[in-house]
Design a protein around this ligand. Sequence first.
Ligand code: ADP
Length: 271
Amino acid sequence: LLLTVGGVTLFGAGLGGLFLASRALLPARLAFTRQQRFIADASHELRTPLTLMRADAEVLLRGRKQMEEDDAALLEDIISEANHMSVLATNMLMLARLDAGAQHLEQEVVSLDTLTLQGVQRVSAFATQKGIIVQREHTDDIFVIGDPMQLEQTMLIILDNAIKYNRSGGQVTVRTAVDHGQARLEVVDTGIGIGAEHLSHLGERFYRVDKARSREAGGTGLGLSIAQRIIAVHNGTLTLNSALNQGTTVTILLPLAHSIPAQSENSTSKN
Ligand code: ADP
């Protein structure tokens, strides 16, 4: 007998045991939900004052001609930090919603061809600026079911990392294929790579191999966690393979569109 309660799987010999187990878990689950809601609300609440703060600093900076250069530099710092905190708050809100299952998930047919093409187009200016070539290996189109915006966000997080943690003259290759009845999307980079001792920590929120480099590049240390959660709610997996100084491969596996049965009324799975 197997019962899934909001992602926690309980095994039990009989219904009585299961009932007790799920009742015992209830207070912990409620506290967890409350905590998630608090994080979501706090992130949401932070965004307004941050926007106002940034707007004020921008108004002051308009008078830069009458200002000491050091004061103008301080205002620029305030704007840059407020921007960073806004991205952080947005990312925390997104993660809290994904964790709580509160993020609405569209169920559309998504073409991996379109997804990768749009992703590559959107990062092309950034790639050019960093001296990195991004290419797509074309195959027959592959289709998955999911939320186009969320999958696009995942694509952008992975591509952004592949460019950010790369060196001038480096490459990023995006490949798609059908692998053992699943859709596979791979982003391979020839960048700085990740040491083995760090790889197992990358699932942890806010974990960054090089904090200064991540911050300088506008990172928050939440991108991979968001990408991983999005792929998990799409019933897929996201894995990273890397070799220090050689590069990193991110592999996403997702169910193929035609392999997903139509939702039946008594379906019990939930995420
Ligand atoms: P960040 O906002 O810092 O980029 P992420 O959650 O996206 O946060 O990634 C976590 C850390 O994983 C990064 O700070 C970086 O150290 C490492 N990382 C992610 N992708 C790559 C990559 N393609 N190559 C090298 N390191 C990477």
